[in-house]
Design a protein around this ligand. Structure first.
Ligand SMILES: [Zn+2]
Length: 99
């Protein structure tokens, strides 16, 4: 499959650096953008407990990867691509169920 996206980490010139994590795609309605949800555990020092937290991150979705809703993906930090996007999907770990 041809990939002519310059903002592709494999075929384009986009370099990744910084953070990377795994998450689940919850929305693929935008063109070349997915919303990825990340669950993590944060310490609550005052009560010496841990909190389960969740953050949603808009990430660039190159056409050669084209992650769909429900997929588990790896997301890596890159330069800011737009006002809200500073992450890019680099691989699909597990395909979600077709909806
Ligand atoms: Zn590509």
């Amino acid at each position: 499959m041809d990939c002519n996206d310059i903002r592709c980490p494999i075929h384009g010139s986009l370099k990744t650096r910084g953070n990377s994590f795994e998450g689940t795609v919850v929305s693929d309605r935008n063109q070349r953008t997915v919303i990825v949800i990340r669950d993590y555990i944060a310490p609550l020092r005052k009560y010496e407990r841990q909190l389960r937290k969740r953050s949603s991150i808009p990430a660039h979705n190159p056409p050669c990867i084209s992650a769909k809703r429900g997929d588990t993906v790896t997301v890596e930090e890159c330069r800011r691509i737009s006002k809200t996007k500073a992450f890019v999907v680099t691989s699909i770990i597990k395909k979600g169920v077709e909806q």
